[in-house]
Design a protein around this ligand. Sequence first.
Ligand code: PLP
Length: 380
Amino acid sequence: MKIPLLDLKGQFKTIQDEIEKAVRDVLESGRYILGPNVEALEEEVANYCGASYAIGVASGTDALRLSLLALGIGEGDEVITTPFTFIATVEVITQVGATPVFVDIDEQTFNIDVDKIENAITSRTKAILPVHIFGHPVDMEKLLKIKEKYNILIIEDAAQAFGSECNLSHDKNQPQWKKVGSIGDAGCFSFFPTKNLGGAGDGGMVVTNSKDVAERLRLLRAHGGNSSKYSYNALGYNSRLDELQAAILRVKLKYVDKWINLRRERASLYNELFSDIPLRVPCCESYAKHTFCVYTVKSPLRDKLREYLQTEGIGTKIYYPIPVHLQIAYKNLNYREGGFPAAEKACKQVISLPIYPELEKDKIFYIAEKIKNFFKRESL
Ligand SMILES: Cc1ncc(COP(=O)(O)O)c(C=O)c1O
């Protein structure tokens, strides 16, 4: 049996008629960049997240970049973030002229260790950029306390966490669940095809509760001005979401909660099937509602396991093999191996297994059986 890490065609087939109609309608409308579908999607995503505004942009990377710029982050500023993330989280900090400052991760959630953040704050710290990695929310209740205490901005990288929720009250009797992205000063989503809500190409969105930030984002995504009048007040970018993506995403948004539940069911089944083997399954903290954009387990035998699964036709991926502080692109920051041990250990031990709403359960049983066989063989 061959089981790919992802099967995007499988999802398309389940909603093919609706997608084809949405695409045809856009093609026939003659409006291809920004337009009614982008506007409607912005409103729908803002409502979904419980945020006041949403601004569609060309990618998740641009959502982050433009958010930093809209919040006035630049030269001389420090932005605290995690070294265990996709490079885009960090590259945008550098590209706006600020300096990324890393804080190690929590081994359980793979997220930035919020308890270690205060040690990294200096007089130049302007913002914290937490990443809700794999779909597990960062402890935003704790982070909001730090924000208030030090008057620091928060830009959430929610690229992998569309639909994830965080309890902001920490009081079990009075939970206050809030969608990630809508909690900080700005929240950034990626519509890269593999995400919980993925388009048929690149796309991204920022959600915010600040009218001011929303207005600046709208300017920044369209060259800094009013393009129909050819008048520009600021330096901007070409980072617009297109109508085809928005129309496809609007169809998919209707299904996203159902798909998230199917992801959760599949994650629970994996967890159950792995209960008697030496594999660390993903945790889900009591303050978090995980959406399992990625299902990542941990084992010191990771490389051997991956090779074995490959020969058995099972697709896996390593998110991420190298922490950002040890990337050659960041050698100028002079971080050394050993600087962030939890992130470095994660990079050596993590392996992500197939997870998507359409993944048949018998395939999960099959994968678990193979993994059990692997560990049986290793223990002999
Ligand atoms: C954590 C994280 N941040 C940012 C991004 C960038 O998003 P995009 O690929 O849409 O630019 C991604 C996408 O893979 C991501 O996983």
